[in-house]
Design a protein around this ligand. Structure first.
Ligand code: NAP
Length: 287
């Protein structure tokens, strides 16, 4: 591909950003769709987020993804929120229309698409969701909209309760909240069909860690770990060994990326191309 004055720029803002697979999948998507654009990773220092968004506007960057730790903070610096992102209270995708920035959230949709493959319908599925950060909020909202029965477990119980209250106000769905500890996990896991890790526990470089003791995993479970670095987390390895159905974070990543691509370009995302590019990169020894 020749980069010229016509080449458009997209990117991702976060810190750390080195682990991100988004440049791989989005650049593959642009090439696959024959769009003259490139996608770069920008590490944004704490305290420089507003400056970064001024840069997006002034340089005419057409769209950015937002990742750890800025998905919530970024809301104060953009012009509009679509209804989903507003309800979720977190943004992972921004579209720049001639300097006006609109925030979207495609994480929940990505997670639901990833789970649909393993569970079929999610209505009335009993789900234990670990985490209440940016990704967990989006997942909880999307699962609640699918009418799943959700228990959230988080290290900071108060954060989980605030999230549950906001979702229940928007969707009228009650969500149970518990502190993330062994006792509550032991009580909850036998009662659920789906266990989701939406914390960063197990993410490289701390890939020896796991949020759940292997003895707690039962073969009727679908275990979905949204961490994708490494792709085969300790939780997923132990889930497979216990006979559970293991779903990795790549499917969510590909589907949330495809939804972002469609918001930016108005074109159908080449999902297979995106998935293959990510798998290729992972085979090369990434993470
Ligand atoms: P975040 O907003 O920083 O939230 C982190 C969550 O992890 C919080 O619930 C936090 O609990 C919990 N946590 C962190 N360290 C913990 C520990 N030692 N013990 C217990 N809980 C801990 O991050 P995020 O954006 O939601 O991302 C979370 C993970 O998902 C990351 O690994 C990210 O790469 C991955 N992710 C994957 C995809 C995908 O497409 N597959 C998309 C988005 C994110 P507290 O609330 O108590 O702090």
């Amino acid at each position: 591909m020749v980069i010229s004055t016509k080449t458009r720029l997209y990117g991702i803002l976060g810190d750390p950003i080195e682990h991100s697979l988004s440049p791989t999948i989005q650049n593959a998507a642009f090439r696959g769709a024959g769009i003259d654009a490139i996608y770069l990773a920008f590490r944004v220092d704490k305290g420089r987020l507003q400056d970064a968004l001024t840069g997006v506007r002034s340089l005419g960057i057409l769209g950015v993804n937002v990742t750890i730790p800025y998905k919530v903070d970024v809301i104060q610096y953009i012009d509009h929120l679509d209804t989903e992102a507003e309800a979720m209270g977190a943004v992972n995708t921004i579209k720049n229309d001639a300097g006006k920035l609109t925030g979207y959230n495609t994480d929940g949709l990505g997670a639901v698409e990833a789970l649909r493959g393993a569970c079929g319908g999610l209505a009335h599925a009993r789900v234990a969701l670990m985490g209440s950060g940016g990704a967990a909020r989006a997942i909880a909202f999307s699962l609640a909209r699918e009418r799943a029965k959700i228990t959230v477990l988080n290290r900071s119980l108060e954060k989980a309760q605030t999230m549950a209250l906001q979702i229940s106000e928007k969707l009228g769905i009650k969500i149970e909240c518990l502190a993330l500890n062994s006792e509550n996990l032991e009580r909850t896991i036998p009662e659920v069909d789906v266990l989701i890790n939406a914390t960063s526990i197990g993410m490289a470089p701390k890939s020896r860690e796991t949020p759940v003791k292997k003895e707690m995993i039962h073969p009727r479970l679908v275990v979905f770990d949204i961490v994708y670095s490494p792709l085969e987390t300790r939780l997923l390895k132990e889930a497979r060994a216990a006979g559970a159905n293991a779903v990795d974070g790549l499917e969510m990543l590909v589907h949330q990326g495809a939804a972002a691509f469609e918001i930016w370009t108005g074109r159908k995302a080449p999902i297979e191309v995106m998935r293959n590019a990510a798998l290729e990169r992972l085979k090369e020894g990434y993470a």
